[in-house]
Design a protein around this ligand. Sequence first.
Ligand code: ADP
Ligand code: MG
Length: 275
Amino acid sequence: MNLADAPTPKLGVQAASKVYHTASGDLLALDRCSLDVNANEIVSIVGPSGCGKTTLLWSMSGLHRLSSGEIRLDGVKISGPHPDIGIVFQEANLLPWRNLDANIRFPFEIKGEKPDRAWIAHLLARVGLDGFGGKFPRELSGGMQQRAAIVRALALKPSVLLMDEPFGALDSFTREEMNRLVEEIWLDTKTTIVFITHSIEEAIFLSDRVVVLSGRPGRVAKEYRVPFPRPRSLEIMATKEVFDLTNRIKMDIVGERATPKAAERAGAEIVRIRS
Ligand code: ADP
Ligand code: MG
């Protein structure tokens, strides 16, 4: 295919670099990171802790300014928070003094817009929270709070949903339930999703592609296509193909961490023999 014929990606990250200026000096968190996310795709980003995943996601959302490079939504450069981009964080961040309905309405109040009540009711039912609108966050479990945060983000009908380790704080059963929920929502809405996780299993279950970042500064080290059909049943997830892909991605990340350590050990060994 001619390059000129290639469709514009939904989200295009081009040579994104980010330097944090800290009291102890400059810290390069992202180094010329480039990746495309196509419309209706789910792309997961994995990588060692501290490699710049959150920095990348915040930059995609327009909450962070890049030091160089750019991010485009439908071909247009992002320069600040954008109404087409929704975000879900690791913590639900619900306002404790507002009930669920009022929390979901909150972003609309800030924007001075009328919420689409029928759509919100549909979403609440979809995540199993109908009838809970009058409850306060303290009355809801962690999983329910996170479902509410997903509804709050989707209520605005974003064309891209960014999720930063949204289920990292949940127990593994609730997490699996939430993964199924994201899959169902995606099958329903086909919203483009960028999903950060440290769980390779979660990344493979959800994604069309898994992007592996190198250790800090984050760069795209590898990219894997996940070819399994949806919905991804337990049977599919238990196949050797899934097992092998999981291990390959794990090796990319662990290998990244293990190599300097192994070198250190080898170095220590030499010093010991010499002394
Ligand atoms: P990840 O999400 O992959 O764990 P982050 O994007 O949170 O990584 O952080 C990447 C690097 O940038 C880390 O070394 C982190 O300490 C540093 N960092 C993140 N946010 C800031 C900030 N606001 N100021 C200074 N350093 C930061
Ligand atoms: Mg992070």
